[in-house]
Design a protein around this ligand. Structure first.
Ligand code: IFM
Length: 763
């Protein structure tokens, strides 16, 4: 196996272990296991950490609307106990050596091994392997191999499914809180092979799980006894043979009452009756992933470390996507931790969606459909707050209900509304998915435009439209007026709504008539939108040729960044309380620069450079969302070294635990941002109304990169090296593609499916 598919850690440190667990997560969009240790005996780390998409329980906090709910730590189906001569095998630093944990991203599977020494000096080599199936949502696998080294102790191994778990309650930065979380699961039934647990209070959900366990050995283990217990557990006891390995292989099945199964336990029991073998399931899983990687992989030549980290970011994105269900989306921490209770933010549309749009458009469509399914809720949210149209929640539950705790700023964080509209345009430009745009996209664009129409306020003195009391991407602004990002994205939302109406009228008139009736649209609405588009406040300082983050930013108190942020810890956790931040010129994560990335055609090169020079020194990077946008923008304005430095941080963000809060879950926006840094930043891919543009700027450390993208039903392979760029049309939808590079246009179609352009540097 090529090493650049494997993420390896060779040191064991109990202190750092909880933070490493999310890094080694495996998942398939339906369920996800953190990289906890199968054989953990007690304490917080024995609670496992397996979360399932759409499986929530009642939480202790009170959100804006509806019941507070959180992801549930579901039964630990990797639960294992191992004893040698009655001594429990525990992962203690003093007792183990040769530790290694490896995430094999190609397959993907998790392998872990070490040598354990008992108190009387006996040594065992332990090897663990697990996977969550990529070919069957409901299946997982586990394999354990135990080899006595120079000794022959009596070995007992117990493998089971443990429903006696609480939530982990790991929801903040280190050091860790240790109060246990809520216990959501009530065990209703168990036998040796199956369990049925219920969750009540938020929604009533039943989870059934079953295990098929086999003991495999290449020789006859002496005196093997296989017994079962009253709980869901198989026990194997035998006399180990020196230097001979015994293996346990286990297949797990998981179904819930939300899978359209009336009786999930019955379903699981039926599956257990069928023949099934670990190796077969692993083979199917691997084959499914091979197919995924064919399109999703980015091959980098020049740096093995970068290759591994890029694959890691892609892997986690794919593993988290509930492609099977358009009523679900991806939470800010995916299914890898309890932070933000599995809620969905702008992270999905603005950071993650482009990856799916270009590598798996069907998955991207599903993610956008989630916003369509929750449009009725967004309408109610707008009405409740005295606005029109659709006000998407800042922190959405799976039902689209605003989950941000009251008083924490959701009322102001409204750029999400325009972000969703913008992402529909990005998706439409890349896919030309007519079904989605006519059945769902157009309605969202119009309803979000209506929201802005009601949210702007005409300033009686200037006659301009202000958007007052908002929180932009820079959350350290706390509450500001006329945040440039919000205002210009809102303006763009109105422009897009107009454009889609025009398109519907011209090309899809029957669908338009229906939609018009459904939402009671009147043409007069457009003239008011025109007025707002024309007259919205956009803060700009002509003298400096500088776009202003909001209408006070330039007049605030300059902040001594060294004093405010002496360590890697966030400013709000160390030096200045949240409410104090609005006094200062401080930017938490890209704001104006993020806007310049989104609406790149609205700014000159010089304005981008000016914004970079002005805002970067004032940016404290206190968010995982900060680095990737800076990487893209640095690449776009020709700051190659800076771009690569920011890339290095975002590509390794969780692996290195940069913000010290990976324990609470992986940062999925950052994964999507890393992909964007490579494809939009270094490869310089840009998709506009009628063409694709490529302007590569590879970092010095790389010789080449190649990747695939889906573009309007065509599959393209793009290979960029320092000397040239090659584009190969691998699958064509029959229509020609217009490609722009080096200020020249090229047409690719079935008869002319390859082009090689010599270029380097910015084009
Ligand atoms: O959406 C982000 C926000 O921009 C910064 N704080 C964390 C949120 C969830 O990732």
């Amino acid at each position: 196996m090529n090493n650049n598919w494997i993420l390896t850690v060779k040191t064991y440190n109990r202190e750092k272990r909880a933070s490493m667990e999310p890094v080694f997560s495996l998942g398939n969009g339906y369920m996800c296991s953190r990289g906890f240790f199968d054989e953990e005996q007690d304490g917080l780390l024995s609670l496992g950490g397996i979360y399932m998409a759409g499986i929530f329980g009642l939480a202790r906090y009170t959100p804006w609307k509806g019941k507070g709910r959180e992801l549930v730590n579901t039964p630990n189906f990797y639960s294992t106990k191992i004893f040698a001569d009655n001594e429990a095998v525990t992962v203690d630093e003093e007792k183990i050596s040769d530790f290694q944990i490896q995430l094999d991203m190609k397959t993907p599977k998790l392998n872990r091994s070490y040598v354990w020494t008992s108190s009387n000096g006996n040594k065992l080599r332990l090897e663990f392997e697990r996977f969550i199936s990529g070919s069957d949502l409901h299946t997982a696998g586990q394999k354990i191999c135990i080899t006595p080294i120079g000794c022959a102790p009596t070995i007992r191994i117990e493998v089971g499914i443990n429903a006696d778990v609480t939530n982990l309650n790991l929801v903040s930065s280190e050091p860790l809180p240790v109060q246990p979380g809520v216990k959501h699961l009530n065990l209703v039934y168990q036998d040796t092979n199956c369990i049925l647990a219920e969750i009540r209070g938020y929604e009533d959900v039943a989870i059934a799980e079953g295990q098929k366990v086999s003991f495999k050995t290449p020789h006859n283990a002496e005196g093997l006894i296989h017994s079962t217990s009253n709980d869901c557990r198989h026990i194997f006891e035998y006399r180990g043979i020196e230097n001979k390995c015994c293996e346990i292989e286990k297949i797990v099945y998981v179904y819930t009452s939300k899978d359209g199964e009336k009786d999930p336990l019955f379903r699981v029991k039926k599956l257990l009756e069928a023949e099934a073998c670990y190796q077969e399931k692993l083979k199917e899983h691997k084959a499914a992933w091979n197919k995924r990687w064919e399109v999703s992989d980015i091959v980098v030549e020049g740096s093995e470390e970068d290759q591994i980290s890029i694959r890691y970011n892609i892997l986690q994105l794919i593993q988290s996507c509930p492609e099977h269900n358009s009523k679900l989306s991806i939470g800010a921490r995916g299914l890898t931790g309890e932070m933000y209770e599995g809620c969905i933010f702008w992270d999905t549309e603005i950071f993650m969606l482009p990856f799916f749009t270009f590598t798996n458009p069907k998955a991207a469509q599903n993610l956008l459909k989630f916003r369509y399914h929750t449009l009725p809720e967004a309408r109610k949210h707008a009405e409740r707050n005295w606005f029109k149209g659709a006000m998407y929640p800042w922190q959405a539950s799976e039902k689209g209900i605003e989950q941000t705790p009251l008083g924490v700023g959701a009322y102001y964080s409204i750029h999400i509304v325009a972000d969703i509209a913008y992402s529909i345009m990005e998706y439409w430009n890349a896919t030309r998915d007519e079904e989605f745009i006519t059945e769902a996209g157009a309605e969202i664009l119009i309803e979000t435009a209506r929201f802005w129409e009601s949210r702007v306020h005409k300033n009686p003195f200037s006659g301009k439209y202000d958007i007052l009391a908002v929180r932009g991407p820079n959350e350290y602004g706390v509450i500001v007026n006329n945040n440039l990002y919000t205002n210009m994205m809102a303006q763009q939302n109105l422009i897009l709504a107009k454009a889609i109406i025009q398109l519907m009228k011209e090309k899809y008139s029957a669908e338009w008539e229906q939609l018009k009736d459904k939402i009671g649209f009147r043409d007069e609405e457009i003239s008011r939108w025109d007025d707002i588009i024309e007259n919205i406040t956009l803060c700009y300082n002509a003298e400096l040729d500088l776009y202003e983050e909001d209408d006070m930013y330039l007049s605030r108190v300059p902040l001594d960044m060294k004093k405010a942020k002496p360590t890697a810890k966030r400013i709000i956790d160390t030096t200045i309380p949240y409410e104090g931040l609005m006094l200062y010129q401080v930017t938490k994560q890209a704001d104006v620069l993020h806007l310049m990335k989104n609406l790149h055609w609205r700014f000159t090169h010089q304005q981008k450079v000016n914004a970079w020079e002005y805002y970067v020194p004032k940016t404290c990077f206190d968010s995982s969302l900060a680095y990737s946008i800076h990487a893209v923008m640095a690449a776009q304005i020709g700051l190659h070294e800076e771009a690569y430095n920011y890339f290095k941080i975002c590509a390794n963000f969780d692996i290195r635990n940069v913000l010290l809060n990976t324990v609470s879950g992986l940062h999925f926006a950052n994964f999507g941002g890393t992909w964007q840094a490579v494809v939009f930043g270094f490869a310089g891919l840009q998709v506009d109304e009628d063409h694709i543009k490529i302007s590569p700027r590879l970092p010095n450390a790389w010789n080449s990169i190649s990747f695939h993208i889906w573009y309007r039903g065509n599959l393209l392979k793009i290979s960029v090296s320092k000397e040239s760029t090659e584009v190969f049309l691998k699958k064509s939808n029959g229509k020609a593609i217009c490609l722009k590079a080096s200020n020249t246009e090229f047409i690719l179609d079935e008869s002319n499916n390859y082009t090689k352009l010599s270029m380097n540097g910015d084009q």
